[in-house]
Design a protein around this ligand. Sequence first.
Ligand code: AKG
Ligand code: FE2
Length: 340
Amino acid sequence: MSTLQKGDPLPWLAPLCAHTGAPFRIEAAGGRFSFFCFPRLQGQTTTADDSTLINAVRTLSAQTDGVTHLLFVVLPGGNDTLNAELRALGDAVRILLDDDLALHHAFGVSEKRSDSLWFVANPRLKLLYAQSFPDDMVGARTMVELARYLPPDLAHYNRQTPPPALLMESVIEPSLCQELIETHLLGDRYASPAQTEIGGQAAHDHDNTRKSRTDSEIPERLRNLVIKRLAARVAPELKRAYQFDMHGIERLVVACYDAATGGRFDPHRDNTLTHTRDRKFAISINLNDEYEGGYIGFPEYTGTLYRPPATGAIAFSCSLMHVVTPITKGRRFALLLFLT
Ligand SMILES: O=C(O)CCC(=O)C(=O)O
Ligand SMILES: [Fe+2]
């Protein structure tokens, strides 16, 4: 078993999180620095050296806020007392219960080790640091030192790499934008549900706090006009930039983000669930200009924020983490779809 090294990508697995009782998808740590602690184990048992570990985690958790820095403690199986003590340290620490040892194996960490292993990943989920220590406290102190040197301004961390997104002007005509806005205002609008899955089956998470916007379906006639424009004006751009051939369209809606209701969409990826994995590119066509905020950003890359003009579009890979910043004034209308 070879241990992950500096430069290697984090495995996109989904171990159980002790806080929520649900899987935590490692890819959701993107856009932040993340620390992973595989604590020292006592002999052959799966019980960690509790007091040293808790002190170590407490020491480091003072540096992690859950927003720019996340701390994970990976335990090979449940230990209720320890979990409760670690949970009491707050949201900036997440305990991952690696019952099937999948994460241990992916990191190349033995469950029979007698050292403390620490890994640090950058906002693009690539390892910056991997090191073994004789005990958890020595590891945590080194991490505290290391955290001091991490750049505080995440937005500019990946200075060299702008988001691989494509902006396009004049994708549809102003009159079609207007018609689409009107269908939204006059038609059946619904609170846009967050996608989730339960036991591998598609489900809607209606009490989500990550997204605030309304959506509406569009009539067949407008749908056909849009598809014609996509084929003529967007498909060739995607072919040129990414060698991508458009096959189908999924979820074509008019969305409205309203400042009055806190319109926004927090960081997420579009194709990480079983029923969304065929999505290749996300396309947002902006339909109006009369709003403030509502920028599209990519937390794993430079802090560049995008806002295509009305009739223009942005296209990006569904695997990229992206965010729609809060609308601060007015309403942003956009036509949203995925290409498969
Ligand atoms: O509003 C946008 O432009 C993007 C929306 C989005 O990310 C989504 O619906 O998944
Ligand atoms: Fe999205």
